[in-house]
Write a protein that binds this ligand. Structure first.
Ligand code: 7TS
Length: 405
């Protein structure tokens, strides 16, 4: 196909192992991706050569570690084409990034009765932080329903906008349905009503190019571990005008300009939002993961993964009793399904014995499951290191398990 997968797989040592005596088929990439050697080695390199707390020391190692963290910030800026590195805040993950915006935004920009719009297909990470703020600040949540095929209609979002709408927060790609939402249209719509838009890019930023300036989103969040980087690091992109306006999310070291017991003034962007010692090892390794992705090329990744998704959809559709959940024409790398008469958990357990790692359950999207009238699904999710042969193994595994019922 478009990429030298055999060569790429050699960069991911974890893939070359057997599970229960069978070659591992790792199809749980929407939960987390595996890490290339360059990322693993970068973590070792930082701890072995430049480790020191950043931004605080005049000494040599502290300066090198600080440069490494700030260089990673510029790498992320370039990756999503932000206009300034000040707009890149390092967090612990997409979840923390949304909690940050929800907390700081609702506290400073909303009055009781003001409204936040989300959709039925959100991950719990884009539901609960707003519910917490609902209970603290009195904002209300407006939920846009999904339509057939598992899509969101921009017109339905418009129907939910009122004079009290303060923000729209929506997934770029659904982690269950794989639907790629028309976020450019949603952002345009929001801005027509003077409403800012947050894009949850946890399932998109690793699959195709994103340009935050072209999109014109106000906030965008994602996690390092879903894009071949380490766990424990995430990103909040925010337009400078918004980040300037929002109050700090947590207090502590790093985020201050001057402290007395009477009054504290805060540091500038992006440090205002990075209280405490940041994960400078993780950010540096994320920078390495981005370089790895850029070397393969996001356009190549998009094309190849699109091919894998089509191949898998066709292959699985031929299986008797197969029901694919989420049939939008605009999908990315996620394939949820059910097989008639077989509980997803049983199927998942038995596939595991064949060395095939898929996810089962509600995928942290219980309201979506309720809307679909199901308890959960099986989910295969693809990365650029997956192969047609692995999808063949999945299809054969499903058929083998189905015969046992
Ligand atoms: N938003 C979406 C769309 C997600 O899919 C996830 C994680 C998150 C936010 C939260 O990311 P975190 O890194 O902060 O946890 N999704 C999944 C999943 O689908 N299976 O495991 C985690």
């Amino acid at each position: 196909m478009y990429l030298n997968i055999e060569k790429i797989r050699k960069d991911f040592p974890i893939l070359a192992q057997n599970v229960y005596g069978k070659p591992l088929v790792y199809l749980d990439n929407a939960a987390t991706t595996q890490k290339p050697l360059s990322v693993i080695r970068k973590i070792e390199e930082v701890y072995s050569t430049i480790n020191a707390n950043i931004h605080r020391g005049v000494h040599h190692l502290s300066q090198l570690a600080t440069e490494s963290h700030e260089e990673a910030r510029k790498t992320v800026q370039r990756y999503i084409h932000a206009s300034s590195a000040n707009e890149i805040v390092f967090t612990h993950g997409a979840t923390e990034s949304i909690n940050l915006v929800a907390g700081s935004f609702c506290r400073s920009q909303c009055k009781p009765g003001d409204e936040i719009i989300i959709t039925t297909m959100e991950h719990h990470a884009n539901i609960i932080p707003w519910q917490i703020q609902r209970d603290i600040t009195g904002v209300e949540l407006k939920i846009v329903p999904i339509i057939e095929k598992g899509e969101i209609h921009v017109e339905d979002i418009e129907e939910h906008i009122s004079s009290r709408t303060r923000l729209i927060s929506i997934a770029h790609v659904s982690n269950v349905l794989g639907t790629v939402n028309p976020v450019a249209d949603v952002i345009r719509l929001g801005h027509n009503y003077n409403v800012p838009v947050l894009i949850d890019a946890a399932q998109s930023v690793q699959h195709f190019p994103i340009d935050v300036q072209t999109l014109d989103c106000d906030f965008l969040v994602f996690s390092s571990h879903k894009m071949y980087g380490p766990t424990g690091v995430g990103v909040l992109y925010g337009k400078e005008i918004w980040l300037d306006k929002l109050p700090p999310y947590q207090g502590g070291g790093e985020m201050i300009a001057h402290v007395t017991f009477e009054k504290t003034t805060f540091n500038g962007l992006p440090f205002k939002f990075e209280a405490g010692t940041p994960d400078y090892v993780g950010s540096t390794a994320l920078g390495e993961a981005i370089r790895y992705i850029e070397n393969i090329g996001l356009e190549n990744i998009r094309r190849y993964e699109e091919h894998l998704l089509c191949y898998a959809t066709e292959k699985l559709s031929q299986i008797e009793g197969m029901q694919i959940i989420g049939t939008s024409e605009h999908k990315s790398s996620v394939l949820s399904f059910l097989v008639k008469g077989i509980h997803p958990y049983d199927m998942g357990m038995l596939l595991d014995r064949l060395g095939i790692a898929v996810r089962t359950g509600h995928h942290c999207a219980q309201p979506l499951m309720d809307a679909l009238g199901i308890e959960g699904t099986l989910r295969a999710s693809f990365a650029f290191y997956n192969t047609e042969e692995e999808i063949d193994a999945l299809a054969a595994g499903i058929e083998k398990v189905a015969k046992m019922f």
